[in-house]
Structures are given as structure tokens and as C-alpha cells.
Design a protein around this ligand. Structure first.
Ligand SMILES: Cc1cc2nc3c(=O)[nH]c(=O)nc-3n(C[C@H](O)[C@H](O)[C@H](O)COP(=O)(O)OP(=O)(O)OC[C@H]3O[C@@H](n4cnc5c(N)ncnc54)[C@H](O)[C@@H]3O)c2cc1C
Ligand code: FES
Length: 1273
């Protein structure tokens, strides 16, 4: 085996590989945590491709990688260039096309991004890049060589090396064998009957790592010749059990191309199913035997093997082979017809007969890299009798509806002998319901959806077979052509898009679309994150002891098991805390370690340290706690019912007189309703991590932490240890994404590690596993809004009475500020004369919820847009019309007294309406919908206004330290944290422009509490505004000091000037400070100016849904945002794209499922969706097919640094355009069955919600048209 790491592919010293360089240049790396994975995926593809891959292959190879920052578009663009046959990329001078025009190094297309700097008025309409210093993609800064000279080759000595039998011993005596002969495998299996066979390890790996299963022996069977055979004969094809899925797919493709088409119906069904099986990485490693023998009830292939009539060959310890029909192989949940001495040898797949049709089905949460909710394999053999087609054999098999793949025997018997007709189909649907029995609280939930899918799939199968029988030219009689939409396969075209912005430069760097300053380190894997920090000698690793009950009294703690576990070094509980156990970012309503009561699952009770991470986790698992369980509040509705609120969180905002307005006859209509807003997991790619150590025998404590708020870590640690803050230092170089999740809910982790470190006087590292991180560190708040809205017949809103609640969880954390922002944003962009908003924070027995991009704003605006959309439906007008008629304008006074100034939404709206051609888009969608019964399209145009400033006034302050060195380089430190958003890059640009030096002369190393004290967390989108201004202040101070020297003569460089100042004993270091002026809000009067200014934007989205399955994709999204004069348009575009895709996750993909009254099949208070396996963030294939971003031109912002505007949070809400476009499509689907009433559609609009809202004859078998799928809120 030869392993090439990302550093081996290329690095900053040796030179970057073209792939790395292209990704860096294309702004495809923000926090950088995902970046090495993307590099390696594309590197593997390019190295293994005989010829340049197609664009589809490139996108497909990225489908198994996740990025939470970029929105994927720049990543695809960066790699797009490798799809071309363009050797010149690897050598100098690739920049000119045939006609002499500039060829973009990212897209490989002609574009204008390479125009020379300083040309014309420096305004570019660009495709992304800053190419003012373009050098060859493969050029090494260090030695000037080109990359092809150093491409790694597969070591020849390894090619010559012969495989040998291997036996290795691992942790706890685990044996790992690599036999080379089948007999050796059988012998080993006789010796270790419980041994696991391993090929891809994709299942066993998960069992051992996540399910904590322990095995004595693993037998790696990938090299056994018999298990890798692939042979064909007249009857069918024999496939060895160790054959990998990618390999199988290739062979099936070749076979399908060569044999008569009717023989390979099963092959094609398998190919189609494997396409949506996991991602490329898994398909390259996973074997068919592994899939079959895992016997998962949701295996994608087992229903197909069964339906296709495959036979499994099983070999026993003596080498005898027996055959078992796939249909009979699965006996119970993960139980198969195989003795412990037997193994699966191969699969025999028979060729199909003439008029035999086999088809696959799968519906998952996310189309790519996701396990099925329900899948199916269906086969029918037809026989022509006179003019009729009669069923002579059939098999209908479903996955995901029973503990084993379910063979619908009654349906099979019913079909055989009958004529394949519409009537048969309808009767078969009835019989199917007898075959498939799912109880109400069946594991996995979504029972109604799953049952509906079984019927939808069969209906699709019926149409598909009809279509094929009829020679694919016409529809079977009696079926309208619009029904063919049910069987049109989904084909995703490649992502395209444009990024349209002006560049307004200010000095040497401000305004320029510079690449992220750490991008080169990130693409080469050299960038260090907290967990990469080398641990000092003698370090220990920590794991947390966590509550397993949502609400209980702790009766006893038995830690003897932990103390006797390997590598144990110490365990600490509440009684051991040297300082104060009571913590909390706003009020101290939490305990660091629960002392008497636990109030949520996952609450920290203690910390264990051991010599390794694994040993620490093992020891923590061995702590036994006895609880006395108490009643728990597990939903907001329960909280409201039981009057369970966090103390002092009742807030009210008022404008006009709501009651009077409702009582008067001004309102033609008054509507009341309820909006549920689902939560969201941050899913930063880097989990929380802290490394803490003591200095001078515990006199000082230092730490490196992954946090957005180093000052909070410093404060918490000093508080729990009883040390002064001056003796505690926290440093943060960069973090792998935060999105609000590391603003407050990371500090208790550092404090936990600090307890162990301080008491043992040894360095301690605590890095959370993904599942624990998701379980215990809180999420975006779910919200509940109860509205009453009065309006006129032409749609003018006159009064809004809103009760708004958020789910705070078991401590207050930032929930009140989040509720307040939701209340501020509950008007979105609409002028409402009479408003009353009452808000409260619900106390529930869940982990405390916390900040997440938008900080309550999106939830408030989503509630608003829900009632706006409802008014439109009520009045039979378009939602855009209702929006326009209610828009705020310049001078509008908001419901909290702030006056709108510099209003730009009207411009944005009109420009976007024109550029997306709303009128024609609507016409085309209507046309499509009238021609397609089972696919519908929808559109939406959504506006936003986001207030910039922390609504807590004192937090609007920022400090910075600027140091000029005698060589003319500048070191900047400020209170903000770099988390991928490009803060350091923008701030460095400000310093460079201020000193009139190149950007390369400015460096920002890290954020540290001993350089800039009392820093506000990096949050609220305002960090560039504030830290940029603080840095500018420091630079200006230094410039003032330099001025007398500078004025004496003309210095040839800044270095010369700096050195001259030094010689004259001028202080070249300055502390800068900034406070946001003219803001403040008084909750007593409900009046004030909470926001310095607003960022406005709008988005258009078009989607297509499959009404039978709930599958959807976004065909188009256009976003326009007003960012004033952007400090760095490339970074800002990246923020918009990233926020939009993250928002799309919130709007339509990401669902948190908690053990609550809605999900009784999950243990109370536990988070079910606690990993990438069942919590689905958008992947590359969820990006809108056309994704256009524009920044409003010519709109300087007088209220922030260099006329710019804040960008981080404002675009997030715009992704709700996708949700409302989905709703628009569903409206058309419902109209087909005469349902024209308004209906709720909660976010996320998952396939379950979409499909169940598209009420039709298949859903009506189980639920009414007003059915609302369950949501944890
Ligand atoms: C990220 C991810 C995504 C996934 N997506 C999907 C998906 O979309 N659809 C789906 O169906 N599955 C999916 N899976 C599940 C899994 O990848 C597949 O089941 C895969 O085919 C297992 O193959 P493997 O070679 O990796 O199995 P391994 O982990 O190597 O082995 C799995 C089991 O099979 C047994 N076994 C293997 N070979 C034999 C044999 N010859 N005889 C007897 N027993 C044998 C082993 O003892 C072991 O118990 C996914 C898994 C992951 C991690
Ligand atoms: S850049 Fe991809 S996760 Fe941050």
C-alpha cells in the first residue's frame, strides 16, 4: 500500500499541486477544515483516470465530501478546469485562448477576470478571481520549478512486491488477518467463529467506532481470488462476494452495453441503484458481500437481489458450496441464513427474459450519499396473450418498512395471472397495504410517509413497465401523457453560476478580491487547528461523563469502573471544583458539573482523563450513575402548557394599537395561525477542542481553544479555577467553522479540561467526537410563532399580533438575545402600522440552544413570510404582490422606533425582478405544471433586511494591536477570530491600505487574550466593521507618530521609513479601539436604535419537486445583496454562497430528531440525528443548478468602515426562497386534486413534508390532506 497525504500532494515549501493552487485561487477554501478532503478526492480521481474526467465525474467524486462554509460552487469551479484536456495547466503560460482572450484559470472558459489591475476605472464584472499577479498554476514560490517535475509516482518497488499472509495484533488483543487463500479464510473462521470478515470496513468500522462493538478477530478477505471472480455464462453472471461496488458498476455497464437489452434489465436497475449508493469513496471500498451480510433493513441492493431472483452461493468450512435464493436469505433483523462457519462466496444474477422488467427505487433525505428511507426492487414478467399483457411472474420487495427486506407475497400472488392494466394497478395498491404493516411508533418514524412511498413506487413501476411494453413511444391507453412525469429519471446537470460585482478599491488592498490569507496552508493541509497543536510531554486526554436522563436527581455515582480502566489518570466531579461551579455567559444558571440534578441528556457530570483519547472515553463509559427520574419537558408546546419559561424573559414590542385596529372595520380580513420553525445543527467541520496546560506549577493556566470567544474561555477557566483572569491566557489561531456554535457553548468544555489540568498539573486535551459535540453543545433554536394578522382586500397589512417563543433548553445562554432579535426582525421588510409582539424563552429539558448564523433573525422573518404567503393565498394574489404593497421605505419607523435610512431594498428588488425575469419565470412554471402531473415546479422571490450590531450595547466594542517592524512588515492582532469568514484577510487589507503597503507585508498570526483584552465574541456579522475600524485606529495612531519623520524626506520604502522611525525612538506599536456609535435600545420603553444600519437583500429561487416521492432540486437561485463598497468582493461572494447553502439546509434538508412526544421511538431527551449518517447537510449536489450572485452597485454605506457592509448573517434567510418555491410547487400539486386551501409547510421541507403535502390518492390511503408530519420543536 502506498499512502499519499495532502501534504505529500504538494505543500507551501515544495510548491503546491495544480489542484491545490486552483482551489486556493478560486476561493474554494474558507475555514479550510474540509479542504484536504476535497483535494484528495479530486487527486484520486485524476490519478486514477486514464484521460481527463468529465465534469459530471468530477462533481460525482466530490459528492462524498462535505463543506459547511463555501456552498461548494467555488470548489466545483476550481476543479472544473481539470475536466478539460488541457496539459497547459501543468506548465507555464496557459492564459490565452485561441482568439487571444483571457482564459480563466478556474473555469477554463474565456472570462474577464484576468484584466490587468489598474485598467479603466478598476471596475470588473468578474467570474471570481483576483488574478492581478497570475503565475503558472504549478509554479513553486520556493525554487521556481514547475509541478510536473515533482508529481509523486507509485513506488516501483511496491509494484513488484508480492502479497503475503499477514497477522497483526491491535488494541486489547484484537487480531487482524490477511489470508490469501479461501481455505485460510475458512480455517480462520473455524478458529474464530465470531470473527468479522472485512473488505471495505465501511460497516465494521462504524460498528467498532460508533456503536462501540468489540471483536476479537478481523479477517481481511479482499485478496481471495474466488471471492473476486466475475464470470458470465448463458444463464447469468457470477459475482464474487468481495467485488467492490465501483467495480461491479463498471462490469454491469459493459455487460449492459454488450448483451441484448432485455437480458440486462436487472443489471441496469443495479447500476442506477449503485449510482445513489453512498459516495465514491465508499463505493470504491465497499463490497457486495459486505452489503448483503450486514443484512441492513435499508440495504439498497438486497431488495434488488431478491426481486431479480438472484441466488447466493455460500461456502462452509469444508469448502462445500450451497445455494440459497436471495429471497430466502434474510431471516430477521440483521440475521441471515448462514452458519458461523460459513461465508458468502458469490452472487448469481440471472439474465432477464424477454418482457421481464426490473426496476430500482430509493428515497432518502438527501439524494446523494444517504441511506434510504424506503427503497425497493420490483420485477414483473409479462406474457402477451392476444392483445393483452398478462403477468406470469412478479416480485415486489421493499427496504425500510420492516426489520428485513420485505417481500410483498400477497401482491405477487395477486398480480400473477392478471392483465397488466390500470385496474390491476389500482387493485394491487390495495393488496400492497395488506403486505406492508408499519406500526405507529415504528423505529425510524415517518410511518405515513414510508407507507405512501410504497404505493408511489409501485405506481411508478406500473407506469414505467407500461411505457417499456409500449416500445417507449407512447403512453398506455387511459394514461395521460402528463403522467409520464412520474417516470422521468432525474438527471443533474453541472452547477453553473455567475458572480457579478464592482470593485471599488481604496488604497493598496481594500476592495480587492484577494484570496483568503491562509488558503495556501489550508489546501496543503499545513494549516493548524487546535487538535493539531503538538501536545506537551506528559499530556492527558479528557472525556466527559454525561447525563443519560433528561431530568433526574443524581442518587449515586460509582466511578470504580473508570478508576480501574486502562490508562486512567484522574476523574473529577462538582465537589472537586476549586473555584465556582456556577457558570453561564449572561446569567450563571448552569453548573459546570451537575451536582445534584441533571436537566438534560448530555449534561456534563464530570471529567475523566487518561493516557489516550480512547482510554479516556472507555473510562467515562464505566462510570455508573443511579438516577431518580423526574418529569421532563420535551417540547415547546409542553413548556407553554406547563408555564415553563426561563425567568425574566418576557419581552414586548409595540407600535400603534393592535386591538383597536382589529376591532375597527379597517381590516377586511383577519387571520390567525401558527408557524413552527425547526432547529439546526451548526455542523462545523471541526468539533470543539481545547488543549489546556499549567505554567509555574499552576500559578498560570494557558490554553489553545477552538472558539469564537477566547475571552469567554479565559473567563470561564479563571472562574472555575478561582484564578484571576490575568493569569489565564487563551489563544486561537483559526477554527474550522463556528457559525455561532462556538460563541458560548465551547467555553464549558475548556473549563472542564482546565479542571483536570489544574488539579493534576498536567496538560489536558479535550476534543469532542462528532456525536457528542452534536448532542451536548446546543443548536439553532426552534421557534413557535402564533400570529393574528389583519389586512385589506388588496393585501395591505394593517395589524400584527404575534406571540413568539423559542426553545431555550435547560439554561438561558444567549436565548433571550436571540428571542429579541427574532422580535426585531418579525416585520422582515414590511410596514405594519399596528404591531404587538410578545416573546418568551421556553425552558425545556434539552441541551441549551445557542447562537447560530442569523441569531433568531431568520426565525422571526420566516414566521413573517409564512403569513405573507398565506395572505396571498387567501386573496388569490401572488406573494410578490403582497410583499411589494407592504414594503417599508426611506423614513419608515419600525416597531421599535428606529427610522429607516439609506433604504436600498427597492433597488435590489426591482433589479432582481428584472434579472430573474419573474413574469416569464411564472409563465414557464405554469406551463410546465400543466403538462406534468407528477412533477411540479415552483418559484419564489424573498426579501430580507438584517440589522447590524450586537443588540446588547456594551458588546459593540473592539480592540486591536498593531506592530510595525523595522523591515516594514506589520503584525496585526485583534480580538476577532478567523473561522473561515475571511476576517483576518479583510482586516489585513485595511491595515495594508492604511500604511500604503502591499497586503503581503501584513500578517495576522492568532487571536490571544494577552494581546487584546476583553474582546467581544466574533459574531453578529459585525467583526469586519468593528475590528477593521479598531485596526485602522491603531494604524492611524502609528502614522501620526511616523509623520514627522516621513515629512523630512522621501523614503524609498515603508521599511526604510519604519527603520528611520525606530532610530528616532518612535513607538511603532499601537492599541486601537472602536465602539459602534449612536446605538442603544431601551426595553422598558421599547424604543431606540438597536442597529447601526441594515444589510438588504433578495433572492429568487426555482425548484422542481417529484410529488410522488418528495424529492426536489433547486433549478435556479439568484441572490442580490447590498454590501456597500465591499472590502473584498470575492470573500463576500463566498459568504453569500455559503450562507445561502447553509440556509438551504435549514429550509429544506436538515432535520433534528429528538426523543420527544413527536418521536417516541427515540429514548426520551436523546438526539437521534447526531452524526452525518442521519443528519444531512447540503452536499455538492444540492447546490442550485444555476447559482447567480450579484452585489448591488454604487451603494456606499456611510455607517461602516470604507463604506462597506456586514455580510456573514444577512444572506442566510434568503434561502427560504427555496422553501417558498417548494411550497409554490406543492400548491400546484394540490390543485390537481382540488385542494386550494392554505396549508402549513414546516421547515425543513424534507421529502417527507413535500410528499405528504402533495396530497393525492396514494397519501389519502393513510392520511387526510391537512396531515402535518411531526417536527421536534
Ligand atoms: C458513509 C456510508 C454510506 C453508506 N451508504 C449506503 C447506502 O447508500 N446504501 C447501502 O445499502 N449501504 C450503505 N452503507 C453501508 C455499507 O457501506 C455497505 O453495506 C457496504 O456495502 C458494506 O461493505 P463493506 O465491504 O465495507 O463491509 P465490511 O464492513 O467490510 O463488512 C460488513 C459485514 O459483512 C460481513 N461480510 C463481508 N463479506 C462477507 C462474506 N463474504 N461472507 C460473510 N460475511 C461477510 C462482515 O463480517 C461484516 O459483518 C453506507 C456506509 C457508510 C459508512
Ligand atoms: S471551508 Fe469547507 S468546511 Fe470550512
Amino acid at each position: 500500500m502506498h499512502v499519499i497525504t495532502v501534504e505529500g500532494v504538494g505543500n507551501c515549501r515544495r510548491g503546491l499541486h495544480p489542484i491545490q493552487e486552483s482551489l486556493a485561487r478560486s476561493h474554494g477554501s474558507q475555514c479550510g477544515f474540509c479542504t484536504p478532503g476535497f483535494i484528495m478526492s479530486i487527486y484520486a480521481l485524476l490519478r486514477s483516470s486514464q484521460e481527463p474526467p468529465t465534469l459530471e465525474q468530477i462533481e460525482e467524486s466530490l459528492a462524498g465530501n462535505l463543506c459547511r462554509c463555501t456552498g461548494y460552487r467555488p470548489i466545483v469551479d476550481a476543479f472544473r478546469v481539470f475536466a478539460k484536456t488541457n496539459d497547459s495547466l501543468y506548465v507555464n503560460g496557459a492564459l490565452e485562448g485561441h482568439s487571444g482572450q483571457f482564459i480563466c484559470p478556474s473555469t477554463g472558459k474565456p472570462c474577464s477576470c484576468g484584466l490587468k489591475p489598474g485598467n479603466e476605472d478598476e471596475k470588473l464584472k468578474t467570474d471570481r478571481c483576483s488574478v492581478d499577479d497570475y503565475s503558472p498554476v504549478s509554479y513553486s514560490d520556493t525554487d521556481g520549478t514547475i509541478f510536473t517535475n515533482k508529481e509523486l509516482i507509485f513506488p516501483p518497488e511496491l509494484l513488484l512486491r508480492k502479497l503475503t499472509y499477514l497477522c497483526l495484533t491491535g488494541l486489547n488483543g484484537l487480531k487482524w488477518y490477511r489470508p490469501l487463500k479461501l481455505q485460510h479464510v475458512l480455517d480462520l473462521k473455524a478458529r474464530y467463529p465470531d470473527a468479522k470478515l472485512v473488505v471495505g470496513n465501511t460497516e465494521v468500522g462504524i460498528e467498532m467506532r460508533l456503536k462501540r462493538m468489540e471483536y476479537r478477530a478481523l479477517i481481511y478477505i479482499a485478496h481471495i481470488p474466488e471471492l473476486n471472480q466475475l464470470s458470465l455464462n448463458d444463464e447469468g453472471m457470477e459475482i464474487g462476494a468481495a467485488v467492490k461496488l465501483s467495480e461491479l458498476m463498471k462490469v454491469l455497464q459493459t455487460v449492459s452495453d454488450k448483451r441484448p437489452p432485455y437480458e440486462t434489465s436487472s443489471c441496469r436497475a443495479l447500476i442506477e441503484q449503485i449510482k445513489w449508493f453512498a459516495g465514491t469513496q465508499i463505493r470504491n471500498a465497499a463490497s457486495i458481500g459486505g452489503n448483503i451480510c450486514t443484512a441492513s433493513p435499508i440495504s439498497d441492493l438486497n431488495p434488488l437481489w431478491m426481486a431479480a431472483g438472484a441466488k447466493f452461493r455460500i461456502v462452509d468450512g469444508k469448502g462445500n458450496i450451497r445455494t440459497c435464493p436471495a429471497e430466502k436469505f434474510f431471516l430477521g433483523y440483521r440475521k441471515v441464513d448462514m452458519a458461523s462457519s460459513e461465508i458468502l462466496h458469490s452472487v448469481f444474477l440471472p439474465w432477464n427474459k424477454q418482457y421481464e422488467f426490473v426496476k430500482e427505487f430509493k428515497q432518502a433525505h438527501r439524494r446523494d450519499d444517504d441511506i434510504a428511507i424506503v427503497n425497493a426492487g420490483m420485477r414483473v414478467l409479462l406474457e402477451q396473450r392476444d392483445t393483452k399483457w398478462v403477468v406470469s411472474d412478479a416480485s415486489i420487495v421493499y427496504g425500510g418498512v420492516a426489520p428485513v427486506p420485505l417481500f410483498a407475497y400477497k401482491t405477487k400472488l395477486f398480480l400473477i395471472g392478471n392483465t397488466w392494466s390500470k385496474e390491476l394497478m389500482q387493485d394491487a395498491l390495495e393488496v400492497l397495504q395488506e403486505d406492508i404493516v408499519l406500526k405507529e411508533n415504528a423505529p425510524g418514524g415517518m410511518v405515513e410517509f414510508r407507507k405512501s412511498l410504497t404505493l408511489s413506487f409501485f405506481f411508478k413501476f406500473f407506469l414505467w413497465v407500461c411505457h417499456h411494453v409500449d416500445g417507449q413511444t407512447s403512453c398506455p391507453s387511459g394514461i395521460p401523457s402528463s403522467h409520464l412525469s412520474a417516470i422521468q429519471p432525474f438527471h443533474r446537470t453541472s452547477v453553473t453560476g455567475s458572480q457579478d460585482f464592482d470593485i471599488t478599491k481604496h488604497g493598496t488592498a481594500v476592495g480587492s478580491p484577494e484570496v483568503h490569507l491562509s488558503s495556501k496552508l489550508q489546501v496543503s493541509g499545513e494549516a493548524e487547528y487546535t487538535d493539531d497543536t503538538p501536545v506537551p510531554p506528559n499530556s492527558l486526554y479528557a472525556a466527559l461523563v454525561l447525563s443519560k436522563k433528561p431530568h433526574a436527581r443524581i442518587l449515586s455515582i460509582d466511578d470504580s469502573g473508570a478508576k480501574s480502566s486502562p490508562g486512567f489518570a484522574g476523574i473529577f466531579f462538582a465537589k472537586d471544583i476549586p473555584g465556582n461551579n456556577n457558570i453561564g455567559p449572561v446569567i450563571a444558571d448552569e453548573e459546570l458539573f451537575a451536582s445534584e440534578f441533571v436537566t438534560c441528556v448530555g449534561q456534563v457530570i464530570g471529567v475523566v482523563v487518561a493516557d489516550t483519547h480512547e482510554n479516556a472515553k472507555n473510562a467515562a463509559r464505566r462510570v455508573h450513575i443511579e438516577y431518580d427520574e423526574l418529569p421532563a419537558i420535551l417540547s415547546m408546546k409542553d413548556a407553554i402548557h406547563c408555564n415553563s419559561f426561563h425567568p425574566n424573559t418576557e419581552k414586548c414590542l409595540r407600535k400603534g394599537d393592535v386591538d383597536l385596529c382589529f376591532q375597527s372595520d379597517q381590516c377586511d380580513k383577519i387571520m390567525e395561525g401558527e408557524v413552527q420553525v425547526g432547529g439546526q445543527e451548526h455542523f462545523y467541520l471541526e468539533p470543539n477542542s481545547s488543549l489546556v496546560w499549567t505554567v509555574d506549577n499552576g500559578n498560570e493556566v494557558h490554553m489553545v481553544s477552538s472558539t469564537q470567544a477566547p475571552q469567554k474561555h479565559q473567563k470561564y477557566v479563571s472562574h472555575v479555577l478561582g484564578l484571576p483572569m490575568s493569569k489565564v491566557v487563551c489563544k486561537t489561531k483559526r477554527i474550522g467553522g463556528g457559525f455561532g456554535g462556538k460563541e458560548t457553548r465551547s467555553a464549558f468544555l475548556a473549563a472542564s479540561a482546565a479542571i483536570a489540568s489544574y488539579l493534576l498539573n498536567r496538560p489536558v486535551k479535550l476534543t469532542l467526537d462528532r456525536d457528542i459535540d452534536m448532542m451536548i453543545t446546543g443548536q439553532r433554536h426552534s421557534f413557535l410563532g402564533k400570529y393574528k394578522v389583519g389586512f385589506t382586500n388588496n393585501g395591505k397589512v394593517l395589524a400584527l399580533d404575534l406571540e413568539i417563543y423559542n426553545n431555550g433548553g435547560n439554561s438561558l445562554d444567549l436565548s433571550l438575545a436571540i428571542l429579541e432579535r427574532a422580535m426585531f426582525h418579525s416585520d422582515n421588510v414590511y410596514e405594519i402600522p399596528n404591531v404587538r409582539i410578545n416573546g418568551r424563552v421556553c425552558y425545556t429539558n434539552f441541551p441549551s440552544n445557542t447562537a447560530f448564523r442569523g441569531f433568531g433573525g431568520p426565525q422571526g422573518m420566516l414566521i413573517t413570510e409564512n403569513w405573507v404567503q398565506r395572505i396571498a393565498m387567501e386573496l388569490k394574489k401572488s406573494p410578490e404582490e403582497i410583499r411589494e404593497i407592504n414594503f417599508q421605505r426611506e423614513g419608515s419607523v419600525l416597531h421599535y422606533g428606529q427610522k429607516i435610512e439609506h433604504f436600498t431594498l427597492d433597488r435590489i428588488w426591482n433589479e432582481l425582478k428584472t434579472s430573474c425575469d419573474l413574469y416569464n419565470a411564472r409563465k414557464e412554471v405554469d406551463q410546465f405544471n400543466s403538462n406534468n402531473r407528477w412533477k411540479k415546479r415552483g418559484i419564489a422571490l424573498i426579501p430580507t433586511k438584517f440589522g447590524i450590531s450586537f443588540t446588547t450595547k456594551f458588546m459593540n466594542q473592539a480592540g486591536a494591536l498593531v506592530q510595525v517592524y523595522t523591515d516594514g512588515t506589520v503584525l496585526v492582532t485583534h480580538g476577532g477570530v478567523e473561522m473561515g469568514q475571511g476576517l483576518h484577510t479583510k482586516v489585513a487589507q485595511i491595515a495594508a491600505s492604511s500604511f500604503n503597503i502591499p497586503l503581503s507585508s501584513v500578517f495576522i498570526s492568532e487571536t490571544s487574550t494577552d494581546k487584546v483584552p476583553n474582546a467581544t465574541p466574533t459574531a453578529a456579522s459585525a467583526s469586519s466593521d468593528m475590528y477593521g475600524a479598531a485596526v485602522l485606529d491603531a494604524c492611524e495612531q502609528i502614522k501620526v507618530r511616523m509623520k514627522p519623520i516621513a515629512s523630512t524626506r522621501n523614503y524609498s520604502s515603508f521599511a526604510e521609513l519604519a527603520n528611520a522611525c525606530y532610530m528616532e525612538r518612535i513607538d511603532l506599536s499601537a492599541h486601537g479601539f472602536f465602539i459602534t456609535p449612536d446605538i442603544g435600545f431601551d426595553w422598558k420603553t421599547g424604543e431606540g436604535i438597536p442597529f447601526r444600519y441594515f444589510t438588504y437583500g433578495a433572492a429568487f429561487a426555482e425548484v422542481e419537486i417529484d410529488t410522488l416521492t418528495g424529492d426536489f432540486h433547486t433549478t435556479k437561485a439568484d441572490v442580490t445583496l447590498d454590501l456597500g463598497f465591499s472590502l473584498n468582493p470575492a470573500i463576500d461572494v463566498g459568504q453569500i454562497e455559503g450562507a445561502f447553502i447553509q440556509g438551504l439546509g435549514w429550509a429544506a434538508l436538515e432535520e433534528l430528531k429528538w426523543g420527544d412526544p413527536a418521536h417516541r421511538w427515540i429514548p426520551a431527551g436523546f438526539l437521534y440525528t447526531c452524526g452525518p449518517g442521519n443528519y444531512k447537510i447540503p452536499s455538492v449536489n444540492d447546490v442550485p443548478l444555476k447559482f447567480n450572485i450579484s452585489l448591488l452597485k454604487g451603494a456606499p454605506n456611510a455607517k461602516a468602515i470604507h463604506s462597506s457592509k456586514a455580510v456573514g448573517e444577512p444572506p442566510f434567510f434568503l434561502a427560504s426562497a427555496v422553501l417558498f418555491a417548494i411550497k409554490d410547487a406543492i400548491v400546484s400539486a394540490r390543485a390537481e386534486v382540488g385542494c386550494s386551501d392554505w396549508f402549513p409547510l414546516d421547515n425543513p421541507a424534507t421529502p417527507e413534508r413535500i410528499r405528504m403535502a402533495c396530497t393525492d390518492e396514494f397519501t389519502k390511503a393513510f392520511v387526510d390532506s391537512d396531515f402535518r408530519p411531526k417536527l421536534s420543536i
